[in-house]
Design a protein. Structure first.
Length: 146
């Protein structure tokens, strides 16, 4: 499904969240939340393209989060952020909640130079597929709706 409006890119992840009234649990959280929706992030220029697939015109985003465990030396903070994302995705999927999608480029794992740029897709999205756990890895698919 094609977007209903064009994207408006702004400088900074936090600025984009503030623009839509979203907050994070902490500054490194992988998602945000507004009063009525989860805000999932899509690093559209991520180095691991096979784990972060985005189709703007088709209205689809697929993400795979690799397995994370303290036994493998992963920081507790990273595991906490992964658990937070998993919980939000699982709830959004189970309850068919409308979500927002914040597009990012130029992040730590991105390939675009010049710093973080962000744009909020103006249309609502829903989680159409979800599977996995933090320890085993998990994946989900978001699709644009109207």
């Amino acid at each position: 499904m094609e977007p209903t409006q064009s994207l408006n890119w702004i400088k900074g992840f936090r600025a984009a969240l503030q623009k839509i009234g979203a907050r994070q649990s902490d500054q490194y959280s992988w998602m945000g939340i507004t009063e009525d929706a989860y805000v999932f992030t899509a690093e559209i220029d991520h180095r691991e393209k096979e784990h972060n697939k985005y189709d703007h015109k088709g209205g689809m985003f697929e993400k795979w989060v690799k397995p994370l465990s303290l036994n493998d030396g992963v920081s507790p903070k990273t595991i906490k952020h992964s658990q937070e994302l998993l919980g939000a995705v699982k709830r959004a999927y189970g309850e068919n909640l409308k979500c927002r999608l914040l597009l990012l480029k130029g992040t730590k794992y991105g390939t675009t130079p010049g710093g973080v740029r962000a744009a909020v897709d103006p249309d609502p999205w829903v989680v159409t597929e979800f599977s996995g756990t933090v320890i085993d890895g998990f994946g989900f698919t978001l699709q644009r709706t109207t």
